[in-house]
Design a protein around this ligand. Structure first.
Ligand SMILES: Nc1ncnc2c1ncn2[C@@H]1O[C@H](COP(=O)(O)OP(=O)(O)O)[C@@H](O)[C@H]1O
Ligand SMILES: [Mg+2]
Length: 273
């Protein structure tokens, strides 16, 4: 098959820029509320794959929701290539979100699930079949286009949700623990599928994971966050020196994932600095 494989984007300027983000959830009654984020700053270049790791409740999903534009009640500066998210979306910028569960509509086939997002994103109807064939083929689900989600395994449903996310050719793909509900072998295949489809689209990916090895396998960089209340970014680990396509057997991956675990433990207070 002949796909147009995009050249890697040169990470010159940052695409996603968050500066000193504070987020407080309102409290009930007389309680003062809950500080979810306490001064988070990060920069992500176009086409980068960046992981967010940290203990439960440290504000990872809150951060993703801010980038998705689902949460607009925060303090600090958030811009996409120097403009607000609203301006960028008005100019055709697209964001997709993948969750732990596939969240496909069970009464629609895979094809119809993807058509739904293509319609919402205003793609011309004539483009739909080509886009659907391309993404389903990239995640090896071509034969299942006319199946309903419940006729497929959990891993296949999650692959379909990744295909659906890429169908709109998102500028940014957000993923919140996308593989944590799957057994390890299925998760491995899905991570490979993800990187394969990403290599055709080169969307910027910001993902949340609890798995140090997964983050190392996927990421160009990972950010380590401290426990809440008031999650902050404590450290970033660069992984760009591990060549792609990556192999699960690469010993550099094990070395780096050990660093990630050590960093997590240090910021949890388990290891003395
Ligand atoms: N809608 C909400 N209202 C009140 N508190 C919230 C809300 N959403 C999240 N929180 C709190 O904010 C903190 C960060 O949540 P979250 O971003 O979901 O953490 P993580 O994804 O890192 O596990 C948690 O303590 C959580 O209980
Ligand atoms: Mg979460």
């Amino acid at each position: 098959m002949n796909y147009h494989i995009r050249e890697p984007k040169v990470p010159t300027m940052s695409q996603i820029s968050l500066t000193d983000i504070h987020k407080q959830f309102p409290g009930r009654g007389k309680k003062g509320g809950w500080k979810a984020l306490d001064g988070v700053s990060l920069e992500i270049a176009a086409g980068e794959i960046v992981g967010l790791l940290g203990p439960s409740g440290c504000g990872k999903s809150t951060l993703l929701n801010i980038v998705a534009g689902l949460d607009t009640t925060f303090e600090g500066k958030f811009s996409i290539q120097g403009k607000s998210l609203t301006e960028q979306i008005g100019a055709g910028f697209r964001i997709a979100y993948v969750f732990q569960e596939a969240r496909l509509m069970p009464w629609r086939t895979l094809r119809q699930n993807i058509e739904f997002v293509l319609e919402a994103a205003d793609f011309a109807r004539t483009e739909w079949p080509g886009r659907i064939d391309k993404v389903l083929s990239l995640v090896e689900l071509s034969k299942f286009a006319d199946f309903y989600p419940l006729q497929l395994s959990g891993g296949m449903q999650q692959r379909a949700s990744i295909a659906r996310a890429f169908a709109i050719e998102p500028d940014i793909l957000l993923m919140d623990e996308p593989f944590s509900a799957l057994d390890e072998l299925t998760a491995r295949r899905l991570r490979e599928s993800l990187l394969h489809i990403w290599s055709a689209f080169r969307s910027t990916i910001l993902f949340v994971s609890h798995n140090a090895f997964e983050s190392t396998y996927l990421g160009d960089r990972v950010y380590i966050m401290s426990p809440g209340p008031g999650g902050r970014i404590k450290e970033q680990i660069n992984l760009t020196h591990i060549p792609r396509p990556r192999s699960y057997e690469d010993s550099a991956l094990f070395e780096q994932s050990k660093r990630v675990v050590e960093s997590l433990r240090r910021h949890m207070g388990e290891l003395v600095e």
